[in-house]
Design a protein around this ligand. Structure first.
Ligand SMILES: C[S@@+](CC[C@H](N)C(=O)[O-])C[C@H]1O[C@@H](n2cnc3c(N)ncnc32)[C@H](O)[C@@H]1O
Length: 278
C-alpha cells in the first residue's frame, strides 16, 4: 500500500472498508474491522469532515443492498460465481455461503495485499475458510483479451453475478464502456451485473462540489478524465441487458430502516443498478 502523503486509488479500498466497520449492523459486514489501519483512519476522518459525514451510512447501505441481493439470488440458485471488479477489501466471500466461486479483480498491489492478509486471517481462524481467485489488473491498461481468458477458465459455463461497486467514479467513460463490453463477452443469458455510480443530479449538491475539490486535491492516480457521473440512460440502453432494479441511498434507507441525517444537499447519493442479460 502507498506510504507517501497523497491518497492513492488503492487507499480508497481501506477507507470504504472502514465506513462499513463504523455501522456494522447497517452494513452487515462483520469482517470489515479486520482492515483497520492508521493511515486509512486519518484519511477517513479528514474525508468525513471535508466531504460529508453521511458517507458512513451511504457506504453501509450500498454494501447491504448488494449483500441482500446476492444472498437472495444464491438462495434461488440463480448464481454460482461472483466476479467482483475493483473488489478492494470487500468481504462478500466470507459473508455468503461457501458453495460460490469467487473471482476478485483489482489493481495488482491491492489483490496481492488482500491475498496475503486473507490467507493469514483464515489460518488464524479470524475468517471462515473460503477460496478467492484473485486477478491483478489495471482497468486503464490493455487487459481485455488476457482477462477474458482467465475469467472463462475459472468460470466455465456457470451462472454469474458481476459486481462493479465504487469503481466507476475513478474511471473515464471509455474505460467504463470497455468494462461493460468485457462483461457482455463473458456473460451468458440470465447472468447479472450490479453496478454503482452517481447520476448527473449529484452535480447540484454541495457534497459533490466538496468531493470534487477533495479528489482533485488529494487523490493522486484516478484515470485521466475520471471522476465521472453516469446517467440512467447508460444502463437503460445497454445492449443485450435489461435494467431490472434501480435504487439509491434514499430508497434503500427505507428498506433497511436507516434515517438519513444530513440535508439532501450534503449527501452523496449513489445509485445502485441490477441488470440482467437477455
Ligand atoms: C472505493 S474502492 C471500492 C472497493 C470495493 N468495491 C468496495 O465497495 O468496498 C475502489 C476500488 O476500485 C479499484 N480501482 C480503481 N481504479 C482501478 C483501475 N484503474 N484498475 C483496477 N482497479 C481499480 C481500487 O483499487 C479500489 O480497490
Amino acid at each position: 500500500m502507498s506510504n507517501n502523503e497523497n491518497i492513492h486509488v488503492s487507499d480508497t479500498a481501506f477507507v470504504t472498508c472502514a465506513f462499513r466497520r463504523l455501522n456494522e449492523s447497517l452494513s452487515q459486514d462483520y469482517y470489515a474491522k479486520l482492515w483497520y489501519n492508521d493511515k486509512a483512519e486519518l484519511i477517513l476522518k479528514d474525508y468525513l469532515s471535508k466531504v460529508s459525514t453521511e458517507e458512513v451510512q451511504t457506504h453501509c447501505i450500498r454494501n447491504r443492498y448488494f449483500l441482500e441481493q446476492l444472498k437472495r439470488l444464491i438462495t434461488e440458485h440463480k448464481i454460482e460465481v461472483l466476479i467482483n471488479f475493483g473488489a478492494g477489501f470487500s468481504m462478500y466471500p466470507f459473508l455468503l455461503e461457501q458453495n460460490i466461486t469467487h473471482i476478485e479483480i483489482d489493481k495488482p498491489e491491492v489483490v496481492d495485499y488482500k491475498k496475503l492478509q486473507v490467507d493469514q486471517w483464515i489460518s488464524e481462524n479470524k475468517l471462515p475458510q473460503r477460496h478467492i481467485n484473485f486477478i491483478g489488473v489495471d482497468f486503464s491498461t490493455d487487459y481485455r483479451d488476457d482477462l477474458i481468458v482467465k475469467i472463462n477458465a475459472l468460470k466455465g459455463n456457470k451462472s454469474c453475478f458481476i459486481l462493479l461497486e465504487g469503481v466507476l467514479f475513478f474511471l473515464n467513460r471509455s474505460e467504463s464502456e470497455k468494462l461493460f463490453e468485457v462483461f457482455s463477452t463473458i456473460q451468458q443469458s440470465k447472468d447479472y451485473i450490479g453496478s454503482v455510480s452517481y447520476t448527473n443530479e449529484v452535480h447540484k449538491t454541495k457534497a459533490y462540489k466538496r468531493l470534487l475539490k477533495y479528489a482533485n486535491k488529494e487523490l493522486d492516480d484516478a484515470s485521466d478524465n475520471g471522476l465521472q457521473t453516469v446517467e440512467n440512460s447508460f444502463y437503460e440502453n445497454l445492449e443485450s441487458y435489461q435494467l431490472i432494479d434501480h435504487q439509491d441511498y434514499f430508497s434503500c434507507s427505507k428498506l433497511f430502516q436507516n434515517t438519513p441525517e444530513c440535508e439532501a444537499t450534503h449527501i452523496l447519493n449513489e445509485h445502485f443498478y441490477i441488470l440482467q442479460k437477455d
